[in-house]
Design a binder for this molecule. Structure first.
Ligand SMILES: *Cc1c(COP(=O)(O)O)cnc(C)c1O
Length: 361
């Protein structure tokens, strides 16, 4: 095996090495059952315990109140873009959305199929380089919910705190769930595709307030109703067993790190190293406005696209992988989720300084 490189990929993203090793063992022989993890019945007592533990650990780490259900669903975070309005907007009710990037825009497009969607704020005119203050938009009185994306994975912006509203919040936390404490009771629904900060691709975690389960219109497909999955403990059909298992292992790892408040401190320190490097040079330019900067995805540019291409190619050669920015904005992006080690960021900053010296603008 080649040595492990520093993987700055935005998702699927780096996972704790000890989780990968444990998964490797369990895939072949799960808990000495003589059956591999991806062969064992999802209704076996061993696998049912995996799901129960994952849920219990998520509840503990996020301090999820008892009147919320935790669901492990398929279809990616993108399926939540339509499941939410399909279940919650009945026949054409109103909802408010904040357009802070590609993922918000996609959610708005789907929601418009079901409801009367008020886009109360958009930073599209400024290349999505910021997220709003509370004072920059209003939420209509007859809105059912306020929808936002807490961390904009592509543009490298993040809400430093949840929007203040008397409406229930609905949030796409795909790329920053469990990176900092969240007050779950402000939310009607929280969802996250696992492959950024939580585990492998294939499972989407949904945390939904129980009373919302009864709002679903009758005539929607069984698989697309939240109540179906809530009633059956995410076992209405075969769940994505492997992905749920890895999420469970990542949650155990996070508990060992001291939980969400502890990882937030580490995340702040990690991001600071990189932002300090960007701020101390004219060569590197951060995409996000300072107040909107993400602790998870750091998007930045070099003086020219040619230098960016060279930077990415040379970084890869020294074991700094996955730094290419999203095709919609180009440039570079370092994704530094919970499991990304601080040494990798230090190494990136050393590389940035050496590259600047060797390649003047
Ligand atoms: C990656 C991402 C998505 C899309 O996730 P899929 O699981 O690929 O559908 C949605 N929202 C955010 C914020 C993301 O980062």
């Amino acid at each position: 095996m080649t040595d492990r490189v520093y993987n700055f990929s935005p998702g699927p993203a780096t996972l704790p090495f000890e989780v990968l090793e444990q998964a490797g063992t369990d895939v072949v022989n799960f808990q000495s059952t003589g059956i591999g993890l991806i062969e064992i019945s999802h209704r076996s007592k061993e696998f049912m315990a995996v799901v129960a533990d994952a849920e219990a650990n998520l509840r503990e780490l996020m301090d999820i109140p008892d009147n919320y259900k935790v669901l492990f669903l398929q279809g990616g975070a993108s399926s939540q873009f339509f499941m939410i309005p399909m279940n919650l907007l009945g026949n054409g009710k109103k909802a408010t959305y904040l357009n802070t990037g590609t993922w918000a825009k996609k959610a708005i497009k789907e929601a418009q199929l079901f409801g009367d969607i008020d886009v109360a704020y958009s930073s599209e005119g400024v290349q999505f380089k910021r997220v709003p203050e509370d004072s920059e938009y209003t939420v209509a009185d007859d809105s059912e919910y306020l929808y936002y994306v807490s961390n904009n994975t592509i543009y490298g912006t993040q809400f430093a705190k949840a929007p203040v509203s008397d409406k229930m919040l609905i949030c796409d936390m795909s790329s920053d769930i469990l990176s900092h404490p969240v007050d779950v009771k402000k939310y009607g629904l929280i969802f996250a595709g696992a492959q950024k900060n939580l585990g492998p691709a294939g499972v989407t975690v949904v945390i939904i307030r129980e009373d919302l389960l009864s709002r679903t219109p009758e005539k929607i497909p069984t698989m697309l109703s939240y109540a179906t999955h809530a009633d059956k403990g995410s076992m209405f059909n075969t769940p994505p067993c492997f992905a749920v298992y890895v999420v469970g292992e990542v949650l155990k790892w996070l508990k060992k790190q001291g939980g969400v408040a502890a990882i937030e401190k580490i995340n702040k320190a990690k991001a600071q190293i990189l932002y300090d490097a960007i701020d101390s040079s004219d060569y590197y330019r951060g995409h996000a406005e300072k107040n909107s900067r993400s602790l998870m995805n750091v998007s930045f540019n070099l003086p020219t696209p040619e230098l960016e291409a060279k930077f990415i190619a040379e970084a890869t050669k020294v074991g700094l992988n996955g730094l290419k920015g999203h095709r919609s904005i180009g440039g570079c992006r370092a994704s530094i989720y919970n499991a990304f080690p601080q040494e990798g960021i230090v190494k990136l900053v050393e590389f940035m300084k050496a590259f600047e010296a060797a390649n003047p603008a």
